[in-house]
Design a protein around this ligand. Sequence first.
Ligand code: UFG
Length: 318
Amino acid sequence: MRVLVAGGAGYIGSVVTAALLDGGHEVTVLDDLSTGHADAVPSGARLIDASLHDSAPVLADVRPEAVLHFAARSLVGASQERPQDYWDTNVAGSFALLEAMRGVGCRRIVFSSTAATYGEPELVPIPEDAPTRPTNTYGATKLSVDMMLTSYAVAHGFAAVSLRYFNVAGAAYGLGERHTTETHLIPIALQVATGERDSMTIYGDDYPTPDGTCIRDYIHVGDLADAHLLALPAPGPGEHRIYNLGNGLGFSVQEVVGAVREVTGHPIPVVVGPRRPGDPAQLVASSDRIRADLGWTPRHTDLAGIVRDAWELRGART
Ligand code: UFG
């Protein structure tokens, strides 16, 4: 299939681009390189440096049969401080992309949604029909796009899938997480192990969890890429499917730091700081729906294995 990958120079987008190329697809990446890296785009894909807001001429040129949409601002903390940037890129940008798709008659899309759409869950593991009450602007913007997709499916015959990622980690196809300003837990802990930082802060140990630190569901980026390839052809016209993607296993911040200690052999000194605004106590996925509908099965469920892949890529880069 001829596909456009919006945000294909970022962490997850570049891994999925590699998986699409591997699967025989023809891939063009649209990315404004605001957080992505041109050298992360696999060599078999064409890169067009453009923003979502300017996607119409790009789609008119590429004429894709499907779009995979990863381009977004994705940091919970920053979304609380600068919500305007999140509404602009994530909602106005996605709207421009959907309109550009409509303009060229492209109606198939896989969208990167998030566990942050659910907010503080009543039921764990979280199923897709759980209430969506985001506790931060990031989750609210992604939920808005999910709603846009439902309307475009109903009114314009879009065939859409929203994949609600939980905490993505690890490395695949020689590609991993590389943010200019790192905020994610596993890469930060690995930076302590390499000596780039002296210590790290645990954001709150007074949550209602067994050790007081937040619990998250860590999913390997390679398993996530598999899910995109399965999701791409799945919906029919007029259908908007929503699937959670996680392992169904929750690990606390303390347990993640423990896994990084085990993998790297470094003591990883920590200090406990205040809570980070917008963080729910616990996010763990039920991925029963995508397992049942598409036969998706994660291959990497071991936390230490996920951390090891990220650690080994770091070693390969230095
Ligand atoms: N954390 C720390 N110290 C750090 C960094 C993180 O204690 O230095 C904690 C956070 O407070 C949180 C947990 O580690 O409790 C995970 O934080 P991340 O920043 O790694 O990830 P988030 O859970 O905030 O968010 C990630 C993605 C979102 C996605 C969400 C879904 O960034 O896009 O997972 O679960 F929505």
